[in-house]
Ligand binder design. Sequence first.
Ligand SMILES: Nc1ncnc2c1ncn2[C@@H]1O[C@H](COP(=O)(O)OP(=O)(O)OP(=O)(O)O)[C@@H](O)[C@H]1O
Ligand SMILES: [Mg+2]
Length: 258
Amino acid sequence: MTTTRDDNQMPSSEIALEVRDLHKSFDGKKVHQGVSFRLRKGEILGLFGGSGSGKSVILRSIIGLEKPDRGQILFESQDLTRLKERELMKVRTKIAYVFQNGALFDSFTVEDNLAYPLREHTQLTEKQIHDRVNEMLELIDMKGANLLLPAELSGGMQKRAGLARAIILEPQVILFDEPTAGLDPVNTKRLLENISKLKKKGITGIFVTHDIPAAFEIADRIAILYNGKIAIMDTVESIRNSTDPLVQMFVSGGHITE
Ligand SMILES: Nc1ncnc2c1ncn2[C@@H]1O[C@H](COP(=O)(O)OP(=O)(O)OP(=O)(O)O)[C@@H](O)[C@H]1O
Ligand SMILES: [Mg+2]
């Protein structure tokens, strides 16, 4: 199986995050059996893998919601798998996780949802918070939605609001778990445009998805998780043109079971 040609030569100053030899089993079922990859600063890595292959568990492990049985996750010279909850809270201001459904607080308005991380983690005044919330709402094309409740938003708006809340602290790395799942083409396009804007600002991200065209549009490289490992990792262009049967199976949308 191929891996990225230049990955081993990547200078450490270019690495945003490194996952090293993760192993994880649930109830005796091996999910990760040596997952390793490096995320380059400023890139978006599309992560493909069959349903149940362990993509979400990778993201959850990175922000410390899951403890690997073995292996390391290196970020800013720390091994995230060894951190205590207090230290992980700090890491979560730098590495954001965008949940599939937006995970908004139902009883909070959009404004209060977005303001929440700022109130928790910064010393900003209410005026500064309000201005920042408005800036974010503009970015996600939801200007004026401040006082709406999540139930009053469409699915696409909920996802974009979830994205805004995840990035309001200006994290360095964003983990997207199937951000376009369940969205219609118009909302998918909007969300991808939002992510493109972030990319231009230099954000680094992992984009877990079954939406191959979306990943090809937004990602720089693609990794394929198969049999508990990153079986293939290469540029979007190489993946598009690959004749490897495994790549073709994923890219053609064939149903993959493990
Ligand atoms: N907390 C948990 N307890 C027990 N099993 C779990 C837990 N979390 C994940 N698993 C199992 O680990 C495997 C990988 O789960 P994961 O959610 O990472 O898959 P996935 O690749 O994200 O799939 P999908 O594309 O369907 O979202 C699955 O078999 C799942 O049932
Ligand atoms: Mg998942």
